[in-house]
Ligand binder design. Sequence first.
Ligand code: CP
Ligand code: NVA
Length: 306
Amino acid sequence: MAVRHFLTLMDLSSEELNQILQRAIELKAMQHRHEIYEPFKNQVLGMIFEKSSTRTRVSFEAGMAQFGGSAIFLSPRDTQLGRGEPIEDSARVLSRMVDIIMIRTFDHAGLELFAANSKVPVINALTDDYHPCQLLADMQTYLEHRGSIAGKTVAWVGDGNNMCHSYMNAAVQFGYHLNIAVPEGFDPKPEILEACKDSVTIYRTPEEAVKGAHLVVTDVWASMGQEEEQKERERAFAGYQVTEALLDTAAEDVVFMHCLPAHRGEEISMTLLDDPRSVVWDEAENRLHAQKALMEFLLKEAQGLS
Ligand code: CP
Ligand code: NVA
């Protein structure tokens, strides 16, 4: 059987995704009890970062260390990838040396090409189009705070970006409805929207999208690689800031999430992260537990242990 990768949420079934969330909750409890669990001694995670990261790097590296394995941080600045060695060749070589690979890069097609040439599981740690690992953490966080998200309404406020696309995929996989509030010109990609259209409604104002929502989410207005568009985007997204007053119009038990890093005073009010409805620190912590559950799933599958 071909090796399983995690390039988008659609690569696993809903049952498998829910199983990973349950396992993440168990691994979190074990971690909090300081229980030693080292099923992957001597195994190595390769981590390719073509964009900056705090949470993703530390959660993957710490997670693999806690599993008894180790991780190698690879940046294009000091590998041959940055000097033009073809992606296919890099994938063939690295996957003969390590047991699992995560990649944060720009072009999603480049990630697909890498995975197609890898003998070991490849995890998408963010591309221009998707950020599925963040969704595992977000779905775990909702489950812990409020129970099942199936049948609920989620409001995405802001750019139709990589996070928005993964929220669209998650709507299909986890069975919620996604209201997206996005200014014209910043819509999600049409082909991704088409595949999720029964689970998604597009609005042009945050007020319409957030009304009655059980989870409200936003993200930066200019993603990594769009820094030069910052000023133009600040103008386009004026009126899309998530504030305490906006959350007051959502469901009474609403929670607020943001993948971080956040820009206080831009996409969120200065004080929103301190609001009791914000669960962003639990959400950030869950990157560790959700990705440990994901790596365990993929490594066991790849090694025929499951
Ligand atoms: N949310 C997230 O992926 O954060 P980093 O960019 O710090 O990894
Ligand atoms: N949309 C953001 C997410 C950062 C975790 C970006 O791509 O920069």
